[in-house]
Design a binder for this molecule. Structure first.
Ligand code: UDP
Ligand code: MG
Length: 329
């Protein structure tokens, strides 16, 4: 085992979107933790915290600038506009990978127990390239969040995307795993699905989740739906197969109906037929629209992927490292 495994350079990546209420407390707590880990010789003294401002409209960036100017362990990256949680994490990790031995990503509200980081680091020292954080329970979530999460994970698994149930975007990734991740070019990002696909040696650490202390959730309903749609469509073509299956089924029923109609016609039962016709119109029409919708979803995503637009671009970078101002992504 090389030396870096035992005392590597850690970059903590923190996505922040309109987090002015939570950020001061979080920056303090994270910085204390980082310094504690340095003092205990668990990580090198080149370790840093990178705040990624995901185009916040409040004073988040000013707070990051203030923390940056007072502490050499802090860095800041800024998007010009909101690109979403997944892109913010990815940007932070891709930025960090040239400087560090491994990253840990954590939410800015510190709902995830930061003490689990020590277990992450131990797992890395033992040879894991990826360490997944899996939450102990969902007691702190409201009913709707719990329900939507369960439906989401069950659907994802049924669709063939094997992600850990209740795994969060709280995880450790080694520089090697990050390099592999950088090869994934898709625009519709669903990290929880992509990262297991890398297939490197990994392990799991369980952690507690606390209620959000400051501010409100930045994951709106529409952001949750986008994440779920990205997750399903980027990992599975099963929905398209289901459409095909539905089509075949409808056709078989249609043939059955022809035989039935001919039988009725020749053997003289008078049937008004109104209800069956109306029902068929609705069922077939509905199935048609649904199928078109699902196919449209894939075609739409294909369109987005072929454009190959950059997933993010840094507007501003706060870093004391040389050359980083020209960082290309
Ligand atoms: N976040 C982000 N961009 C967004 C939405 C959220 O960077 O568009 C960040 C947010 O600042 C936080 C993390 O993602 O650090 C998780 O968000 P939040 O805590 O609001 O989600 P929840 O815990 O309610 O699922
Ligand atoms: Mg949260």
């Amino acid at each position: 085992m090389d030396n870096n495994r035992q005392k590597g350079t850690l970059y903590i990546v923190v996505p922040c979107y309109n987090e002015e209420e939570a950020l001061d407390t979080s920056a303090r707590t994270l910085l204390d933790k980082l310094r504690e880990l340095m003092k205990k010789d668990r990580i090198s003294d080149k370790s840093r915290i990178v705040f990624v401002d995901d185009g916040s409209r409040d004073s988040t960036w000013e707070i990051i600038e203030r923390w940056y100017s007072g502490n050499e362990e802090i860095k800041g990256l800024r998007f010009a506009h909101n690109r979403g949680h997944q892109n913010a994490i990815l940007a932070g990790m891709m930025y960090a990978r040239t400087y560090c031995d491994y990253t840990i990503t954590i939410d800015a509200d510190l709902q995830q127990d930061i003490n689990a980081m020590e277990d992450f680091i131990s797992a890395y020292a033992d040879g894991s390239e990826i360490v997944y954080g899996v939450r102990n329970s969902r007691d702190t979530d409201g009913f709707f969040k719990k329900l939507s999460a369960t439906v989401f994970y069950k659907t994802m698994n049924a669709m063939g995307c094997n992600i850990y149930e209740n795994s969060a975007d709280y995880r450790l990734m080694s520089a090697k795993a990050l390099e592999a991740l950088s090869e994934y070019g898709e625009v519709n990002l669903f990290l929880r699905g992509i990262i297991p696909d890398i297939g490197f040696k990994s392990s799991v650490v369980h952690f507690d989740v606390f209620p959000r202390m400051q501010g409100t959730s930045k994951y709106s309903l529409s952001k949750m739906f986008t994440l779920a749609a990205d997750g399903i469509t980027s990992f599975s073509i099963k929905p398209i197969r289901m459409v095909l299956g539905m089509g075949i089924l409808a056709l078989l029923v249609g043939f059955g109906m022809i035989i039935h109609i001919i039988y009725e016609h020749y053997f003289g039962y008078t049937v008004s037929g109104w209800s069956s016709i109306l029902m068929s119109i609705w069922v077939i029409g509905g199935a048609n629209l649904l199928s078109l919708g699902i196919i449209g979803e894939y075609v739409g995503r294909n369109y987005l992927e072929t454009k190959q637009r950059p997933r993010y671009y840094f507007w501003e970078i706060l870093s004391r490292d040389e050359g980083s101002d020209n960082h290309e992504v």
